[in-house]
Design a binder for this molecule. Sequence first.
Ligand code: BEZ
Ligand code: MG
Length: 544
Amino acid sequence: MPEKDETDRDARVFALYEQLLEIEQRLIPTGLHVFGRASSAGEQIDLFKMIASFDRPEHGVRALPAEFVDDAVRRFAGQGLDEAVRLLESRGLKAELTRPVFALLESVSAKLQTNTEIESLVRALRGEFIEPGPGADIIQNPDVLPTGRNTHAINPYSVPSAAAFARSELVATSLLERYRSEHGRFPEAMALVLWGLDNIKTQGEGVAQALWLLGVRPVRDGLNRTTSVEPISLGELARPRIDVVMTVSGIFRDLFSPTVQLLDKAVRLVAQLDEPPEQNYVRKHVLEQIEQEVCTPDEAAVRVFSNAPGNYGTNVNFMVMDSQWEREETLGDLFVTRKCFAYGRDSRGRAIEGREARVAMDRALSRVEATYQNIDTFEIGLTDVDHYFEYLGGVSKAVEKRARSRPAIYLSDTLSREVKIRSLEETVRLETRSKTLNPKWYEGMLKHGFRGVAEIENHVSNTFGWSATADAVDDWIYAEVANTFLFDESMLERLRDLNPHSAHALVQRLLEANGRGYWDADAATLEKLREISRSLEDQLEGVA
Ligand code: BEZ
Ligand code: MG
């Protein structure tokens, strides 16, 4: 039927158009920060556009309408505040609404032009006082400027803030809807990764998302501290309460001790609610476990896990980077070995502070159907650092063995105007297209010479980490990395001049991807890679 074909074709073209827009609009770092150096005017325009795109009730500032942001910010950068206000007035926007936005941009601009990082470092080394400043993402909170101050965190009792809790409802709903659209029902249990720095930056959005999934809201005590939770009724929630396994970083455990208690309290409260098990998966699982095993209700409700006291990290990243593993399941097992320490309080109020609870963790992970982490910064994404795959990849691999099924893996992007939930595979593709394979990104890196090549290699190795832990990397990604950086002769020349060590590591990583079955490359491609590898080895031996 030609009519159906046409609708189909139009829908595909539209979907493609949306994907292109998504890649084009993605904000990426186009270079590394050089300590002590202020950013240039060109770099500032993109930043201003993002800052002007968010409502900021704390500054009395409303976001500029999306269709005017580009013109208005360029006018502001070129001709100043008054001209930008006038431009928008000519398009029907009242000056009293737009002036505060540009006033904010003006103050950001002034702070970006001063840079006292080196001076502050020297003063700190002399033991002098350094003015404190908040730690956050520059777009979410421009008050982080100027840099070169003594970054402070937040009061853990203020987490989650009212704003973070309000914003997180839509994230939790979208996450569950995404799962339901793909699986026809809600997940009974999910595993969440919570990091300390992220929850500082967002005043606890990750924490708030966990509370929403459980279906509870934070309650403040007489001193305005968040020390308790209360259930949101099933009627209001209009969906089941999800069982949530939380793996928190060592930094989170140290910085957010009251919040660790709050999360544990939330799970125990939900487990005790007199509700039908099919509407309360925490209760369902706790009851099942007590019935099947000789196990106390306390043991059956352990859901907050971290490292042993004084320990940090999963080591999954080191194992992958050093190629020191044979079977993928080792990576998930290592994650559990490092993270199987329970935190919270038992029903008699006794503190559990890092008690080894491997069986409880295995059990909790065996029910997990989806894993998730919140991404909340423009500066660091899935392939920029090895920490995302060590945590989200690590826990997903651990679930795969214990649940005998690979979980659905999701990330949120709460940094765009609208909340967006993406699968891991979609996020890896987007990161690859907007960073690793994007000339704007890699040329920005190559300006930094030796370090820039190391960054490119890092991105490829971090991408490889997503193959190892979650099989989430398409073959074309490795093929295009080879085409872009190694099979283009002039590019290869540049890489080997700037940093032959990283160039060699990059070739080795691609060969490893093929060797481990993540990249189905043809014999001629592999031979070319081996040849490049040999010639880099010769060069390195010559250097040595
Ligand atoms: C954290 O903020 O908790 C964190 C930072 C880097 C790596 C892992 C965790
Ligand atoms: Mg594959």
